[in-house]
Design a protein around this ligand. Structure first.
Ligand code: AKG
Ligand code: FE2
Length: 314
């Protein structure tokens, strides 16, 4: 029942077969052998913990309201919605540091003066994880019968990178709200670092399966774009979080998505049964029906998450 662990240092044919199996099954697996040093993870964990311990007033100095259309900054507990319902979490939104880039969801990050190490920690983490994501996509490409550089030379040559740090306060055991309500991710690939507390669960074909922390790994999951590109051959699977550990939980999802200005047409079918393989999607949406750039798709999605900021994205 446990989710598989895939070693990125394994020979390509081995890892490609494992990735294919995992992506057709739940779309969730762990990656190890990524080469990301512990210090890079510890540094971002430590700085995040320091940030969330600040007063609400201090944290609000980098509130998302100050991030404009770059869609960056801090949001307090209860401000972010999943499927219209408030999540029990607070967090900070980041992305690739690109001061002056006027596109929605691009631009400069907001960093807190009170935790000076957060800036270098986050920027280093984003750099490292960008390399890991390109590596995972090489394996995904090969698993689909494509050239290893298919993504890096195309959809993700200039990727849309969003990085978030979440703090989930403890939920009582009988809570009926969620840290993050059930959802799928929007893009190609998500890589998640989490602390020791657990709480993430995945809705597989066999029922809900926990994705607890596993040392020296990231949780990796396929997003809607890869589901769409493969006509449902690879599944973007619903997941949710409830932190019943009794402790404060920190998690670090890194979203790796197609270039903002690119159209994302479906790939050629990988097999005669691909396209119908997945059956109806969990939310009844037909991802293949979408046309336009990835940016248009993404802006439509995120404006539902923070309705009060919708105007910024216009
Ligand atoms: O915090 C987690 O474990 C998962 C977060 C998540 O699913 C998301 O941000 O899309
Ligand atoms: Fe997610």
């Amino acid at each position: 029942m446990a989710l598989p662990v895939i070693d990125l240092a394994a020979p390509m044919p081995v890892k490609a077969a494992e990735v294919e199996r995992a992506c057709r099954d739940s779309g969730f697996f762990y990656v190890t052998g990524t080469g990301v040093p512990d210090v890079v993870k510890l540094r971002v964990l430590r700085a995040a913990r320091e940030f969330f311990a600040l007063s609400e007033e201090t944290k609000a100095e980098i509130a998302m309201e100050h991030g404009g259309r770059a869609w960056r900054g801090y949001f307090p507990v209860g401000a972010e919605l999943t499927s219209g319902r408030a999540d029990r979490k607070e967090g900070i939104y980041f992305g690739t540091e690109r001061p002056g880039d006027p596109r929605p969801l691009h631009g400069a990050n907001l960093f807190p003066a009170q935790v000076p190490d957060l800036r270098p920690a986050v920027l280093e983490y984003i750099d490292r994880l960008t390399d890991v994501a390109q590596d995972v996509l090489r394996v995904v490409a090969v698993s689909l019968g494509l050239d290893a550089e298919y993504f890096a030379g195309g959809y993700t040559a200039d990727p849309t990178v969003l990085f978030r740090i979440f703090h989930y306060p403890p939920s009582p055991p009988d809570a009926d709200d969620w840290g993050v309500g059930e959802h799928t991710d929007y893009g190609l690939l998500t890589l998640l670092l989490q602390d020791d507390n657990g709480g993430l669960a995945v809705r597989t074909q066999r029922g809900w399966v926990d994705a607890p922390p596993v040392p020296d790994t990231f949780v990796c999951n396929i997003g809607d774009m890869l589901d769409r590109l493969t006509g449902g051959w690879y599944r973007s699977t619903p997941h949710r979080v409830r932190n019943v550990s009794g402790n404060d939980r920190l998690s670090f999802p890194f979203f790796f998505d197609p270039a903002f200005d690119r159209e994302v047409p479906p790939l050629p079918p990988v097999s005669s049964s691909a396209g119908s393989a997945g059956g109806a999607r969990w939310d009844g949406q037909d991802l293949r029906a979408f046309t336009g750039t990835y940016g248009e798709y993404l802006v439509g999605k995120v404006s539902k998450v923070f309705p009060q900021l919708r105007g910024e994205l216009g």
